[in-house]
Each structure stands twice: as structure tokens, then as C-alpha cells.
Design a protein around this ligand. Structure first.
Ligand SMILES: CC(C)(COP(=O)(O)OP(=O)(O)OC[C@H]1O[C@@H](n2cnc3c(N)ncnc32)[C@H](O)[C@@H]1OP(=O)(O)O)[C@@H](O)C(=O)NCCC(=O)NCCS
Length: 383
């Protein structure tokens, strides 16, 4: 008897379908609310630290001060890259996109830094190994392609400050470090988005965490997922002055094109992360280029919301983030990689949670092609 596959539920893009039961984070798309293990993300961005949030996501509770210090130490111990990994980074063309570099490096880490192979190691050990090394990979590549010697990680600095130190050659001021730390917190987790799903699917085959995070990085790279922040900067820099903003919006809408940095599958109002990032940009931005971008962005937000707000189109997390990254001296092509550096926390949390009560993902596809073709007859027809 033929399977009645046409009767299976089919939802394009899995919109509105739950694929896991989770206690990691929750989005209320109507209210514009995001919580990590019960805590509003704005509260964490203001009062917590990236390391504490990672502990919260991975260990399901806040750490005591002693536990947090020990956790920070463990992260610091795993920052260095093996010589083999550095050699791989040296071999990559300087023109490589940082997301391609990161995808390659995490894959290589699975060979040179993998712990789960050995006795007594857990998924958590490998999650620490990846999360701690991603900033070093990115900063090492940044230095190499600038013709400079990579700066080794500092054991004195926390995760956020250490990255800026390895990128810029000097430790950041405290207020700058706090802003970057908050940016990492805001990007750390976001329920079952495309890259988290990719990581979870890979992990569900009981493959290793390096493979799962490599899948996630490849998925985050796309311009309608994490790659949007880079595209937003291109848009902001292409608009000559404020008088051209409305014309730009009308042109995009009439051409049926998406405006980068706006819209979300779940948020149908302001993305709470975009609200925080905007207020941080207002505080941080001092450069003339930055001020011009911020003014253009705010005007663009006004124009898009007034035209498309009724359809639930509002700024998302990628809209204001690039303005902040640029102000911190981070090159445009690194924006998505910074996102990955933070989101690694959420990916690993979902991998650990899902595999705890694992079931391999194996959906179906509704077949619409021909059936019962005869190979010899068809071969004759094609000659
Ligand atoms: C994020 C995104 C992929 C969500 O897509 P989705 O849930 O599949 O939504 P759809 O693409 O089905 O869009 C629904 C409607 O809103 C419109 N829309 C969605 N995002 C839009 C945008 N950025 N600009 C203009 N219109 C947009 C669509 O044209 C569509 O309109 P229609 O119903 O008249 O055809 C989409 O909003 C997008 O591509 N945004 C731009 C890229 C971006 O910033 N990505 C980062 C996300 S954090």
C-alpha cells in the first residue's frame, strides 16, 4: 500500500512548528520580550557579564561568585590555539571572509583541540574549548591579514576585553569593554533559530559538537540570518543624506525587496535587543562616520516602521549592531563572526539540552516527481 505522504502536515520554513522542548530561552514576539532561563535579556545586558550568562545558559542557574571566578579561569585556560591551527590560519587567503575562516577553524579545532575523545571529558569541556578559542581565531586572522604578528590572549582580561585587546593591541577602556560585553550577552541566545536548528540537527545524529557548531556557523553566515548586520552597514553607507531615506524605502518596497536589519519570524514588534543596542549606540558613538550612520539608521527606522510597522516589520538585532562594532574598530566583514562568537554559547546550550533526551531529526519531503520510469527506455530517448 502506498504511503499517504501527501497527507502529512507540510509547513514551509517550519513556521509555527516546535521541534524541541527547552528551558533555555523564550521569545514573546508580540510583546517584544526575550528571556534567558527566566531573566529578561535587558536585565542581563545591564547587570551581568558574558561569562556569567554562559554559565547560566549551560548550567541552568546563576553561579555563586566562587563558581563564576572558577568558570572564568577555565575559559582563560582554553584560549590559546595549537601551532597547527595557527599554521592553518596562515595558509588561508587574506581575502577569506572571517565567517569562512571561523567555519574552517572550528572544524580544525575538532581535530586539534577535541576533548571528548579522551576519557573523563564531557560536552561541556568541548563547549568551553570552542567558546574560548573563537575570539583568538578571529583576532589571529585579523592580525595575519593586516601583516602583523598575532597578539597572544591575556590571562588578566575577561572574554570581551581580551578579544578587543587581541584585535586592537591595547585593552579597552572600562566603559567600552562593558558595552562589548553587553553586545555579546544580547547575541548569546535566541531559541530555535536557523543556526541553532542546524547545530541541533547535526548533534541529533550523535555527531560531535565541533561538527554541530561548524554547521551552525555555515548557517548563521547567510544574509537573511546573521549576515544581515554587514548588509545593513552597506545600506547605511550608501544613503548619501537624510533626505534620501524615504526615497530609498519606497524604492525597496516597490521593487518587493527586503530592507536589511528589519523583520523577524517571531518578533512582530520591536526586537528588545535592537532597543538596547540603539541606546548603547547613542552613548558610544563619537566618530563623525558613526554619528552620520546613527542618524541615517534612526531616520530609516522611522520611515520603515511608519510604512511597514502595521505588517509587524521593525528593526531586528542586526540593525544597530554594526554601528557599534565599527565604533569599536571592528572591520565590517567581522560583524557576523562577532555574532557567532557570542551565539556559540546558545548553540552549545541547545546541543547539550537536546542530546540529553535525543531523537534524531528525520522529517519527510512530499514527493512530486515522476514515478515508475523505465531506465532503458529513458536512456534511449536521451540518446
Ligand atoms: C528575518 C526574515 C528572514 C523573516 O522572514 P519571514 O518570517 O520568512 O517573513 P517573510 O519573508 O515571509 O515576510 C513576511 C512579509 O513581511 C515582509 N518583510 C519581511 N521582512 C522584510 C524586510 N526586511 N523589509 C521589507 N519587507 C519585509 C515580506 O515582504 C512579506 O510581505 P508580504 O506578506 O506582503 O509578502 C525577513 O524579515 C528578512 O529577510 N529580513 C531581512 C534580513 C534580516 O534583517 N535578517 C536578520 C534577522 S535577525
Amino acid at each position: 500500500m502506498e504511503e499517504t505522504i501527501k497527507q502529512l502536515p507540510f509547513v514551509k520554513g517550519l513556521e509555527g512548528i516546535a521541534v524541541a522542548i527547552s528551558s533555555i530561552s523564550h521569545i514573546d514576539g508580540k510583546a517584544g520580550r526575550l528571556i534567558y532561563r527566566g531573566f529578561p535579556v535587558e536585565d542581563l545586558a545591564q547587570n551581568s557579564s558574558f561569562e556569567e550568562v554562559v554559565f547560566l545558559l549551560w548550567r541552568e542557574r546563576l553561579p555563586s561568585s566562587k563558581e563564576l571566578e572558577e568558570f572564568k579561569e577555565r575559559l582563560k585556560e582554553e584560549r590559546e590555539l595549537s601551532q597547527e591551527l595557527i599554521e592553518i590560519l596562515k595558509l588561508l587567503p587574506q581575502t577569506s571572509h572571517p565567517m569562512d575562516v571561523l567555519r574552517t577553524a572550528v572544524s580544525a579545532m575538532g581535530i586539534f583541540h577535541r576533548k571528548c575523545n579522551g576519557k573523563g571529558f564531557s560536552l561541556l569541556d568541548d563547549a568551553i574549548s570552542i567558546l574560548s578559542r573563537i575570539p583568538t581565531v578571529l583576532a589571529t586572522f585579523h592580525m595575519l591579514r593586516s601583516g602583523k604578528s598575532p597578539i597572544p590572549p591575556s590571562k588578566k582580561l575577561d572574554h570581551a576585553s581580551n578579544f578587543l585587546y587581541m584585535m586592537n593591541g591595547e585593552p579597552p577602556e572600562m566603559d567600552v569593554a562593558k558595552i562589548f560585553d553587553a553586545i555579546l550577552i544580547l547575541h548569546a541566545e535566541q531559541e530555535m533559530n536557523a543556526s541553532t536548528f542546524a547545530a541541533t540537527v547535526t548533534a541529533s545524529t550523535l555527531s560531535d559538537i565541533y561538527s554541530a557548531i561548524t554547521s551552525a556557523i555555515g548557517t548563521l553566515k547567510g544574509p537573511i540570518h546573521g549576515g544581515a548586520s554587514e548588509k545593513v552597514m552597506e545600506v547605511l553607507d550608501s544613503i548619501e543624506d537624510l533626505s534620501k531615506v524615504e526615497e530609498f524605502v519606497e524604492r525597496k518596497i516597490s521593487a518587493g525587496e527586503k530592507i536589511m536589519g528589519f523583520g523577524h519570524r517571531i518578533y512582530k514588534t520591536y526586537d528588545p535587543r535592537a532597543v538596547v543596542l540603539k541606546s548603547m549606540a547613542k552613548k558610544l558613538v563619537k566618530s563623525e562616520d558613526g554619528k552620520k550612520r546613527l542618524e541615517t539608521a534612526m531616520k530609516l527606522e522611522e520611515a520603515v516602521v511608519s510604512r511597514l510597522g502595521s505588517k509587524g516589520i521593525y528593526p531586528n538585532v542586526d540593525f544597530y549592531s554594526g554601528i557599534l562594532y565599527s565604533e569599536l574598530g571592528i572591520p565590517k566583514d567581522f560583524f557576523t563572526a562577532i555574532f557567532a562568537m557570542a551565539r556559540c554559547a546558545g548553540w552549545a546550550a541547545h546541543i547539550m539540552e537536546y542530546t540529553e533526551s535525543n531523537r534524531i531529526f528525520r522529517p519527510r519531503a512530499i514527493y512530486e516527481g515522476p514515478k515508475d520510469l523505465n531506465y532503458m527506455e529513458e536512456k534511449k530517448k536521451v540518446g
